[in-house]
Unconditional design. Structure first.
Lengths: 515, 355
């Protein structure tokens, strides 16, 4: 590989501003012909925004895209396809009830006389594509019947059938088995030899090092590193991704823990089709203590929180808050008992986007402001104002829709809503997801302060650094079970990661945990 | 970033004015319709005509108020027209034939107050059935209420074999007189049905604006999962809105049969569509989470006055249907426009403080 390989597509000074956040800050990005151009970065670093710009889904607020040196303007994925840019999305965009051939030729049906779909030709061409991709998939089968890995191949075939000269792959291996990954890599090598430029996004660093030719690292919307792959190594990538200064974690305020405030015993949540999503989990939390629950996706962490919050009627086990049992699986009773959950998916579960900031904040504690049968507007406004100050939420007007806020401020609104119910225990599911680094630091400081005030905090994270820095105790889950329980002092990253993969057979887990 | 803010800052005030106008749009529409017809149609502004029109409008307004709550939660109630028909038949049947206890040979006659209460209970019960189907059996609101639309209509027809219960003046000996008061009585010069509408309308607006229940109704429609996770009892809220809608429909059934002094099993057909139209015209969003009772009532008046006024002008009733459709679509288009403007304003304010 030499660095003077022909650049087919380049992005210059791309900036993308979303309401409340800047997703990309004047990014330059080159795609080279006949090479695998790797794009890497943490969640929220701006990778997907950059991909959306290249594939015509979004237009940059500022900046230009040059194809073979000519500036182009793409306003839709159709434009991108016309320019020879194909994308295989992380969430597959296939029609499960249609056959493989129908999916490949969707919107470009091969027709006789312009109206009659020529199935024979379509299937013939699809078979040829499958041969090229070394896959023996029957082209007349509905896509819904295929395994995820095979569906991925269909997506790639679809992009190839559009004569893509640039192929974007967003985490293509995330759902593939080891053998399927090998086949995919062979396909990529072959495409490369044919002169196709490949943009490859993944979290699995060893994978990137293996197949990448050029690498670009994004952090917080800016490029922090760009190099030819042969000049760099994994530590370089990690440094560029995380940054030398690391994250600004709040310092531990030294304080004594109080009494046991939350005890959960033998929590079970059956999985459909046998087994357990949450497999006999017991733990206890003391007032003022922060426990971080670390684990891979699907380890049962979110489900555990759901059980604690009473969202699953058929969950087993007992839950005691401050020594008082909460037997009924009912969210309101659990809230009244002193539990509050800050859900992982702020949009879907944390906030009511079309309601005002104020209405969102008081929703869980509304009965506190009721006098007689009506809401005491004055008291409600005063309390909202108090929490807006306390949490330093930046708002123009509490009556504005909550959707007008940035991610970090939205998260603070959710935290405010939880705190207004006067909880004893706060459950936080991925509290730093989707907010920028400054807001993260502030959320972490808030967590520290709340713990110092005597609140027990249980939080879930997939970020190793975060769990190491923030927790007083670390609990690791894997496959629904607790597989590790570490005091902060004495916990090592290696031990935590090893515990998180108990029951999995993965090699090189460290970075997978970041996904 | 700062450049855009300074550029937009002067525009803020003018778009605020536009916002204020857009907020008032249903009122403005009502005002325009009134002015237009007072010139175009003779006698339009006479007191007598106003009273008649208000009585027409009230019927739709009752249904639309109940419908508004249902739509705010993200549902729909197609059964209200049939509940109007069935509750009319229940009231008519009880007054004319009493309740036949079958083989014992006894027939119980209720006085009018009891008849009214029983009828309202029937309306609430059908609403409860809708709510049960939707919350417990997970039937989509459209389907559940479409089903009860047919069931209730079928029972209305069965109750009299498709015939009308005529002459519901009651019998003094049985103590069943006084039913026509509801539909044609007047208190302080204003029809009883208008008083009722004022009571129900204010009550519903109070619930929506000032009580936790109202807040929960909006929350459920805005994001059901987030509401549930905040401790809102989503199923109870949904049960309430469907029962309230059934209650409103039963009132309409009572008023119509009282006014006509007869009940006919086909009464109320397609009323549900007028109710939905009034709610939408008043700014209720079909995707849930948004809507105002006041807007709905004004919306009902706009639709009612439009059709009555056009009748008085001698416009073909076929054209009226076309015009009604155009007005509804225009209302929704303006609504979308307002929403976008509102979001932009909020974002500008937020950008101005650098959040």
């Amino acid at each position: 590989m030499n660095a003077d390989q022909e650049v087919i597509l380049s992005v210059r000074g791309a900036t993308k501003v979303y309401p409340g956040t800047i997703a990309l800050k004047s990014v330059d990005f080159d795609v080279r012909k006949g090479a695998v151009n790797v794009l890497v970065g943490e969640n929220g670093a701006g990778k997907s925004t950059l991909m959306k710009i290249i594939s015509g889904v979004e237009q940059p607020t500022e900046g230009t895209i040059l194809l073979n040196g000519e500036p182009i303007r793409m306003t839709s994925t159709q434009d991108a396809i016309r320019n020879g840019i194909g994308i295989v999305f992380q969430e597959l965009n296939l029609f499960p009830n249609m056959t493989v051939a129908e999916n490949i030729f969707i919107t470009r049906e091969q027709c006789r006389f312009g109206i009659d779909i020529d199935r024979t030709t379509q299937e013939e061409k699809s078979r040829a594509l499958m041969r090229r991709l070394e896959h023996d998939i029957a082209v007349d089968r509905p896509v819904g019947e295929l395994r995820i890995g095979q569906q991925q191949i269909v997506e790639i075939a679809k992009a190839l059938s559009q004569d893509a000269r640039i192929l974007i792959m967003d985490e293509p291996t995330s759902a593939l088995s080891a053998t399927e990954v090998e086949i995919l890599f062979r396909v990529i090598a072959e495409l490369k030899a044919q002169g196709v430029a490949i943009v490859y996004i993944s979290h699995r660093l060893e994978e990137l090092v293996r197949i990448g030719d050029f690498i670009t690292v994004l952090r917080d919307g800016s490029i922090t590193g760009s190099s030819s792959m042969k000049d760099i190594d994994v530590p370089w990538i990690v440094r560029s991704m995380i940054g030398a200064s690391s994250k600004d974690y709040a310092k531990t305020a030294e304080h004594r823990y109080g009494n046991e405030i939350l005890q959960i015993e033998d929590i079970t949540l059956p999985r459909q089709g046998g087994g357990y999503m949450v497999d006999h989990v017991s733990l206890s939390l003391r007032a003022g203590e922060i426990i971080g629950i670390y684990g891979l996706m699907g380890a049962g962490r979110t489900e555990l929180f759901d059980c604690i919050m009473g969202r699953h009627k058929h969950a087993g086990g007992t839950i005691l808050v401050g020594g008082r049992p909460l037997p009924k699986a009912d969210v309101l009773e659990r809230i009244n008992g002193g539990l509050a959950l800050i859900p992982e998916d702020r949009k879907a579960e944390g906030l009511i986007q079309i309601m005002s900031i104020s209405d969102n904040m008081t929703l869980a504690s509304l009965w506190n402001y009721v006098r007689g049968v009506q809401i005491d507007g004055k008291k409600e406004r005063a309390t909202v104002a108090q929490y807006v100050r306390k949490l330093a939420i930046k708002i123009a007007n509490p009556d504005n829709e909550v959707a007008s806020l940035s991610g970090g401020n939205q998260q603070k609104v959710v935290i405010g809503k939880a705190l207004m119910t006067d909880p004893k225990v706060l459950l936080m599911d991925e509290p730093s997801r989707g907010i920028d680094i400054g807001a993260k630091a502030e959320v972490f400081r808030t967590m520290r302060r709340l713990a110092a005030d005597g609140l027990g905090i249980l939080f879930v994270t997939s970020d190793l650094e975060e769990v190491m820095a923030l927790s007083d105790r670390i609990i690791v889950m894997s496959k629904g079970r607790i597989t590790g329980d570490f005091q902060r002092v004495g916990a090592t990253e290696q031990a935590v990661v090893a515990a998180s993969s108990v029951g999995h057979d993965i090699t090189g887990q460290t970075m997978e945990a970041r996904s | 970033m700062s450049a855009t803010i300074t550029k937009q800052a002067p525009g803020l005030t003018s778009s605020s004015a536009v916002m204020a106008l857009l907020h008032m749009r249903t009122f403005i529409a009502l005002f325009l319709v009134l002015i237009f017809f007072s010139f175009a149609a003779p006698n339009f502004l006479s007191t007598a005509n106003m009273v008649i029109m208000s009585k027409h409008v009230a019927l739709n307004a009752f249904l639309a108020v109940g419908m508004t709550f249902v739509i705010i939660t993200g549902g729909i109630d197609l059964s209200v027209g049939s509940i109007v028909g069935l509750s009319g038949m229940v009231a008519g049947g009880l007054i004319m034939n009493g309740l036949n206890l079958g083989p014992i040979g006894y027939t119980i006659y209720f006085n009018v107050v009891e008849v009214v209460l029983i009828t309202l209970a029937v309306g609430i019960l059908i609403g409860a059935l809708n709510g049960f189907l939707i919350t417990r059996l997970n039937v989509a609101p459209f389907i559940a209420t479409l089903g009860t639309l047919y069931v209730a209509r079928g029972f209305a027809l069965l109750s009299s074999d498709g015939r009308t219960f005529p002459n519901l003046v009651g019998n003094a000996e049985l103590g069943t007189t006084g039913f026509p008061f509801l539909g044609s009585g007047v208190i302080l010069g204003i029809p009883v049905s208008i008083w009722l509408l004022v009571i129900i309308g204010c009550g519903a607006a109070y619930i929506a604006g000032r009580t936790p229940l109202g807040r929960f109704i909006y929350a459920v429609g805005g994001n059901e999962r987030a509401a549930a996770l905040s401790g809102v009892r989503v199923n109870r809220v949904k049960m309430f809105v469907y029962m309230f809608s059934g209650f409103c429909a039963a009132i309409v059934g009572l008023i119509i049969s009282s006014e006509l002094v007869a009940s006919h099993p086909a009464t109320g057909e397609s009323f549900e569509l007028n109710a939905i139209a009034a709610a939408v015209l008043g700014g209720t969003s079909m995707s849930g989470g948004r809507g105002k009772i006041g807007g709905t009532i004004v919306g009902a008046f706009v639709i009612g006055i439009l059709s009555d006024g056009l009748v008085m002008m001698g416009v073909s009733s076929f054209w009226q249907i076309v015009i009604k459709g155009v007005v509804i679509i225009a209302a929704v288009v303006v609504d979308q426009f307002q929403r976008r403007l509102q979001q932009r304003l909020a974002l500008q304010q937020q950008a101005a403080i650098g959040g």
